[in-house]
Design a protein around this ligand. Structure first.
Ligand SMILES: Cc1ncc(COP(=O)(O)O)c(C=O)c1O
Length: 385
């Protein structure tokens, strides 16, 4: 009966990151630089808010879109931090992590036959969801533009089928962000076109160079942009599964139906924790961001000294060095690194075919681990070059 399974589902592949984890788990004494989540604990005051929610029996369904006070806090958060303006009652949905927010956004705006533009290399979470909607992903190669999509590249790839463009900045796996000047050009290009933008800003609080800018802020853009955010990375709350979706009312009222029949609502306990994070903990990410920047500078310097080409990130907690000069695939390179040097990094091919020739190094680890890992990396590279 397998042939009766939805063909869109059958065609989706297991993530390349997962395949590599399975391989790495067979080896001992491996320092893993593969993780895609913060190494800090969730702030104590946030955990306490969750305890209180349980003790006070705040354990029922919440409104589908999320607790009104959390939606107000979320709207205030993006207003205060990035100047975005959303109505808490009608333009915010609390999702189950950014992941489910992306899913309900796609299912609201995509359908068979339409195209979605994505800059590659890119986080692997979008393509399968696009394909489940029957839509077609169209990759733009950003390897020659420092992994940043440009207005010119977008213009060259627009067709009458383009329904959505994904702007995933600061980026996983490259850490880069788009500078304001280019964002303005992109906004100018798109403002009069009937095309949605999905702006995944989950790393917005972890920006090292200047401020985070959202495309939704530029003239005419709010009406066509869906902003994805959440507390997973900003407050080290990946396991609490709270994401935030912001968009114009005409989109959100449709998206709420998808969300309602999909999950009813996010966990009430996690929502109370997120409320604390976005109010009393509104600046919690600052301390973490300072540490990520220090680690980024350290690892970036070490990789450069090893002779690797690597774009300096603007945020998040990843570096994406090129390993092209070694003339082997990123999977083989990463596998040999595990076997011969005892370090695990993620092969770039996990981030779309455009990630081939690179590896993702996460620095969401303490300095001691990073120093040891870089020493091992350097020793290994001297043996092969
Ligand atoms: C770019 C990007 N978007 C979305 C997600 C998913 O976030 P969440 O854990 O809140 O679902 C991740 C997780 O790594 C990510 O890197």
């Amino acid at each position: 009966m397998e042939h009766l399974i939805n063909s869109n589902v059958r065609e989706i592949e297991i993530s390349g990151i997962r395949k590599f984890f399975n391989l790495v788990s067979q080896y001992d004494d491996v320092i893993s630089l593969t993780i895609g989540q913060p190494d800090f604990h969730t702030p104590s005051h946030v955990k306490e808010a969750a305890h209180n929610a349980i003790d006070n029996n705040k354990t029922n369904y919440t409104p589908n879109a999320g607790l009104p006070e959390l939606r107000r806090a979320a709207a205030h958060f993006v207003q205060h931090k990035y100047g975005l303006s959303y109505e808490a009652d009608s333009e915010v949905i609390v999702s189950i992590g950014a992941s489910q927010g992306i899913d309900i956004a796609f299912r609201t705006i995509l359908e068979p036959g339409v195209e979605v533009i994505l800059p590659g290399p890119i986080y692997p979470g979008y393509e399968p969801l696009i394909k489940l909607c029957g839509a077609t992903p169209v990759y733009i190669d950003t390897r020659d533009t420092y992994f940043k999509i440009t207005a010119k590249q977008i213009e060259q790839h627009l067709t009458d089928k383009t329904r959505c463009i994904i702007l995933p900045y600061p980026s996983n796996p490259t850490g880069v962000a788009i500078q304001e000047e280019e964002l303005i050009k992109i906004a100018t290009l798109l403002k009069d076109k009937d095309i949605f933008i999905l702006s995944d800003e989950i790393y917005s609080e972890l920006v090292f160079t200047g401020k985070h800018h959202s495309i939704a802020n530029y003239p005419g853009m709010k009406e066509k942009t869906i902003v994805i955010n959440g507390v997973s990375k900003s407050h080290s709350m990946t396991g609490w599964r709270i994401g935030l979706v912001f968009g114009p009312e005409y989109v959100m009222k449709q998206m709420l139906k998808v969300h309602q029949y999909n999950v009813s609502c996010a966990s009430s306990i996690s929502q109370y924790a997120a409320l604390e994070a976005l109010t009393e903990g509104i600046n919690d990410a600052e301390v973490m961001s300072i540490q990520y920047k220090e680690r980024m500078e350290y690892v970036h310097n070490r990789l450069v000294k090893m002779g690797l080409d690597v774009v300096k990130p603007d945020g998040a907690f990843y570096l994406f060095p090129s390993i092209q000069k070694y003339g082997i695939s990123s999977f083989d390179f990463a596998q040999q690194l595990v076997e011969n040097a005892g370090i695990a990094v993620v092969p770039g091919s996990a981030f779309s075919p455009l990630g081939e020739g690179f590896v993702r190094v996460s620095y969401a680890y303490n300095m001691e681990t990073l120093v040891e890992a870089m020493d091992r990396f350097e020793n290994y590279l001297t043996t092969i070059s």
